[in-house]
Design a protein around this ligand. Structure first.
Ligand SMILES: NC(=O)c1ccc[n+]([C@@H]2O[C@H](COP(=O)([O-])OP(=O)(O)OC[C@H]3O[C@@H](n4cnc5c(N)ncnc54)[C@H](OP(=O)(O)O)[C@@H]3O)[C@@H](O)[C@H]2O)c1
Length: 223
């Protein structure tokens, strides 16, 4: 039976590249992001194996609804990729904007928890796979970076979920990219990783035999 992957942050960058790679590998995909227009264009490109689910990942009910619609359409949920994330315009603790921190925590921390909360009941049924997008910034200390600290949460949570999910045959993978050339940055980063490189890491993790849990894929650019 065709397997199904739910992706947040699917409209651009790493999430969109993963959607393309997954459909090319024979998966169904449920694609969540706020930009309905971009999701519609992407699902038209990908065809019947893709479903657009416009919504805000900081809203638990919206994620639960997106997951419910994915399962209604495709029958099961085999993997979920909590990938939506954001950076900060104003860096630093003294110079930064607490309202902007709140939005970052709502997405980079709460949004990831909401994806897990919304998908785990379905993943239990399939002994499925949860994947989380961390960052090289979640493995290293970066002077004063609040974004980096939010990714340290993701790294800690991924390992903890591996320990929990293995009890019922589930798996959790942390995807940890260095700099990737995506709309995350205002300027192009032509000598860094491409989103397809990270999509390849996701596909590697979800294609393993069920006995093998790839706990982390850390990909750095050579340039
Ligand atoms: N690029 C890098 O160098 C790099 C390195 C390490 C880790 N990462 C992480 O990789 C992940 C994906 O980033 P990217 O580089 O692919 O950047 P991106 O192209 O900007 O992708 C971010 C995605 O998140 C979605 N998103 C933002 N806010 C959302 C919300 N409230 N609800 C639902 N979706 C939301 C965006 O779509 P909408 O605007 O349509 O909602 C978009 O699809 C992030 O977690 C980022 O922190 C990136």
């Amino acid at each position: 039976m065709t397997k199904t992957l739910f992706i947040t942050g699917a409209s651009t960058g790493i999430g969109a590249a993963t959607a393309r790679a997954a459909v090319a590998a024979g998966w169904n995909v449920g694609l969540m992001a706020r930009s309905a227009d971009k999701l519609d264009t992407l699902t038209k490109e990908l065809g019947d194996n893709a479903m657009a689910l416009s919504g805000d990942a900081t809203d638990l009910a919206a994620q639960e609804d997106a997951v419910r619609r994915t399962v209604e359409r495709f029958g099961t949920l085999d993997a979920a990729f909590a990938n939506a994330g954001t950076g900060l315009d104003k860096p630093g603790t003294e110079g930064g904007d607490p309202d902007e921190w709140r939005k970052l925590v709502d997405l980079n921390v709460m949004g990831v928890l909401y994806t897990a909360r919304a998908t785990l009941p379905e993943l239990r049924k399939t002994r499925g796979h949860l994947l989380l997008t961390g960052s090289a910034a979640g493995r290293n200390h970066i002077k004063g970076s609040i974004y980096s600290a939010s990714k340290w949460f993701v790294h800690g949570y991924a390992g903890n979920m591996s320990e929990e999910m293995r009890e019922w045959g589930g798996r959790c993978t942390l995807i940890s990219p260095g700099m990737v050339d995506t709309p995350f940055f205002d300027e192009a980063k032509p000598d860094k990783l491409k989103p397809e490189d990270i999509a390849g890491a996701v596909m590697f993790a979800i294609s393993q035999d069920p006995r093998a849990e790839v706990r982390e894929v850390h990909v750095m650019p050579t340039g």
